[in-house]
Design a protein around this ligand. Structure first.
Ligand code: SF4
Length: 333
């Protein structure tokens, strides 16, 4: 398993090279919309989950081999909550010494109430914490968080971070139909935003496979309502359908498995990637990837997604399959 992946195309960050310092679904939240499935069990322990030196050595090797202009940002993000890695501050300092590229952090922000966690992230150029609820009740319903990371701590942590952090603070609001897209919920969120004073609010939508089958994106009208209530700092960030780059240092299926563990892909995206990296029949190489045991398929929004086989997606639809491809389906080998 690698800890560096991508670069993946991002509307906000261009080509973003991901650093994933956390094992799959190591998280203190269990968001209903999580694209990595459920967090079982919830984890709120901060420790060196993967050796810091190994992660940095892998990053140095990737950067040394990266073609010019192939990376716009280096982003801590991945299979769980990156602030749960106790070496995050050291890694941020080392990345800054290795490269002049800007460094981002995508986080739920739940641990920013702790001063040492805020200190660890001050070297970042942009921090993107979650704020999808403006009340303790909704926060719990959406994020099903560990009991030690309350809504009050979350808000206090974000306010404190804003005071100490001089880079860009972009709050991420995942908008879910029927949960936080009502006038009351958005008004609550706007009240909290006014205390935090972020540089921007990025409204995102559940377009990748959510943990729970009932999660759905809001109507267009609700999006307009959200931007109206949250004001000028808010904008909707639609996912970018771009071309993924895949660093294949050996087995193509292992590289695909590493990517979908952090970033589930639609079957169409998988087809494009495999076609770009393999001269073999698409059906044959897809079957080999699925037979590797590291990947499986689920359906959400009537789209088939490739996800990590180890991810917990309860209530997967009965059409879930592990071997979706037959040679006949693909028109023969
Ligand atoms: S969306 Fe992020 S914070 Fe929520 S459960 Fe998934 S990894 Fe954790």
């Amino acid at each position: 398993m690698t800890t560096i992946y991508g670069p993946v195309p991002s509307r906000r960050l261009g080509l973003s090279l991901g650093i994933d310092p956390i094992p799959l679904k190591t998280c203190n939240w269990n968001c209903v919309y999580c694209q990595l499935g459920r967090s079982t069990p919830l984890v709120n322990e901060r420790r060196e989950w993967i050796p810091t030196a190994a992660i940095m050595a892998e990053l140095a090797a990737v950067l040394a081999n990266a073609p010019p202009d192939s990376i716009d940002w280096i982003t801590f993000v991945g299979s769980g909550e990156p602030t749960l890695h106790s070496g995050l501050g050291e890694m941020m300092r080392q990345v800054k010494q290795m490269t002049a590229l800007p460094v981002g952090l995508i986080t739920n922000g739940a641990l920013f109430y702790r001063p040492e966690v805020r200190r660890d992230v001050l070297a970042a150029d942009a921090i993107m914490p979650t704020l999808s609820a403006g009340s303790a009740e909704l926060h719990h319903l959406l994020h099903r968080h560990h009991p030690d990371v309350s809504f009050a701590c979350h808000v206090a942590g974000l306010i404190a971070l804003r005071r100490e952090f001089t880079g860009q603070l972009w709050l991420e609001l995942m908008l879910i139909a029927g949960m936080n897209d009502t006038v009351a919920a958005l008004t609550d969120i706007a009240r909290i935003v006014a205390q935090i004073k972020p540089d921007e609010i990025h409204i995102t939508l559940p377009t990748r496979p959510p943990a729970e089958t009932w999660v759905a994106p809001p109507e267009e009208e609700a999006l307009m309502q959200a931007t109206a209530i949250l004001g000028e700092v808010a904008r909707v960030v639609h996912p970018l359908v771009g071309t993924f780059q895949l660093a294949v240092n050996g087995d193509l299926c292992a590289a695909i498995a590493d990517l979908v563990q952090r970033h589930p892909l639609s079957e169409a995206q998988v087809d494009a990637l495999l076609a770009a990296h393999s001269a073999e029949s698409l059906a044959v190489v897809k079957q080999r990837c699925l037979d590797s045991g590291r990947i499986r398929c689920i359906e959400r929004f009537r789209i088939t997604f490739w996800i990590a086989a180890a991810a917990h997606y309860p209530n997967t639809l009965h059409s879930e399959r592990t071997r979706p491809v037959t040679l006949e389906m693909q028109g023969g080998a």
